[in-house]
Design a protein around this ligand. Structure first.
Ligand SMILES: Nc1ncnc2c1ncn2[C@@H]1O[C@H](COP(=O)(O)OP(=O)(O)OP(=O)(O)O)[C@@H](O)[C@H]1O
Ligand SMILES: [Mg+2]
Length: 366
């Protein structure tokens, strides 16, 4: 069976090399004996998928992607363009959308993730007061909440465009949502989501590395660097800056502190799942040196039920000690890796992955 290869975005300034953000992953992959190809991310985003994949050889066989976030429709174009060249992205377009967008995974994770209500939109449109009132009512109509779109928040503009102190104050809800939509602009993904705010456990004093929640980073970063609709909005999963950990903190805006509702310092674990098995457990990229030990038993059942092959779950522990919560789910191909993490096991697992998901292979008599 052919070993899967990995597609990375090309460096816009040097299309024969991987984008600097992903260069260390490509290097690690090569050390493991794996192969990679390059894609033109800007062409993909612009809807020119055939042009974007022209450096991927014909009949390349099974493929994973590790790169910047793509809107689900652009990912579907990408997958189709590869299929037309005899390649096969191992995460299907519906699988990508299910893990990448909150409405795709919410039903499976309901009860284990903050209660959420969403308002679909076609572009950066502010929902009307009636729609907002109905969404707030679906969350019980009172208490604090946060605002995001189907994929990203503006956590680094916490008070302005993310945190809603009281859902019953519909005028204030409207102001935060309006500002959120304005700031997301053309990058608004899918629609506006309201989620009930939950108190998560904070990092112990002294473990924060200055690049914490509220930093201008993340596994997306909204518009992303230079407007790149990205997977990885900052400078790097163990990246070119090396393992110092502190390098990424420069310029990251610190927002909030330890007080409730400030968005400060929730301890989040990012768990990477392949075919329903956890293949890497580490910190969230915002706090790459944070030690985390999440309890995975319940989440594993849900990840398996979701049925996507390669996903991440961000987990936070409730402040009252009542257990771990799923803050969000993501597609593993476009989730950022924390700076300095050893990703060799993850990459080796991707190389060892079967052509089809285990359950897809389970045909009678086989
Ligand atoms: N329902 C919630 N209750 C409390 N805090 C929340 C809630 N949702 C999000 N947060 C806080 O806001 C941060 C950003 O939210 P979320 O992870 O959903 O958005 P994001 O922009 O996709 O982040 P990422 O950088 O992980 O991609 C979380 O890391 C968490 O600290
Ligand atoms: Mg997050």
């Amino acid at each position: 069976m052919p070993v899967p290869e990995i597609i990375f975005p090309a460096d816009p300034l040097n299309p024969r090399r991987p984008d600097p953000h992903f260069a260390w992953e490509a290097r690690m992959l090569r050390e493991l004996g794996g192969g990679h190809h390059l894609v033109d991310h800007d062409a993909l985003l612009a809807g020119r998928a055939e042009e974007a994949v022209r450096r991927v050889p014909q009949d390349s066989g099974p493929l994973w992607y590790r790169g910047w976030m793509l809107p689900s429709a652009r990912y579907a174009d990408f997958a189709a363009a590869l299929t037309a060249r005899g390649g096969n992205l191992l995460t299907s377009a519906p699988g990508y959308a299910a893990a990448h967008e909150l409405p795709g995974w919410y039903d499976v994770f309901e009860g284990s993730t903050p209660a959420s209500a969403w308002i679909p939109s076609d572009g950066p449109v502010v929902p009307g007061p009636q729609e907002l009132a109905e969404a707030a009512a679906r969350l019980g109509g009172r208490g604090p909440a946060i605002v995001k779109d189907y994929v990203k928040s503006r956590k680094h503009e916490w008070h302005e465009a993310c945190y809603v102190p009281e859902l019953a104050d519909l005028a204030a809800v409207g102001r935060v949502v309006e500002r959120f939509v304005e700031l997301q602009g053309e990058f608004l993904a899918g629609g506006v989501v309201l989620r009930r705010y939950e108190e998560f456990e904070g990092a112990p004093t002294g473990t924060d590395d200055g690049n914490g929640p509220g930093g201008a980073t993340g596994h997306g970063g909204g518009a992303g660097r230079n407007g790149r609709g990205d997977a990885a909005g900052h400078d790097g999963p163990g990246g070119e800056a090396g393992q110092s950990g502190a390098a990424g903190a420069a310029g990251a805006e610190r927002v909030g502190g330890d007080a409730p509702g400030t968005g400060g310092r929730a301890v989040e674990a990012r768990v990477w799942w392949l075919d329903g098995r956890p293949v890497l457990v580490g910190p969230h990229p915002d706090a790459p040196r944070q030690a985390v030990e999440p309890d995975l038993a319940d989440v594993q059942t849900l990840v398996r039920r979701l049925g996507c092959r390669f996903v991440t779950t961000d987990l936070a522990s409730r402040a009252d000690g009542s257990g771990w919560r799923v803050v969000e789910v993501g597609d593993g191909q476009v989730s950022d890796l924390p700076r300095g993490i050893d990703a060799s096991g993850l990459l080796a697992s991707l190389l060892a992955a079967r052509r089809a998901a285990p359950r897809e292979r389970a045909t009678p008599g086989s």
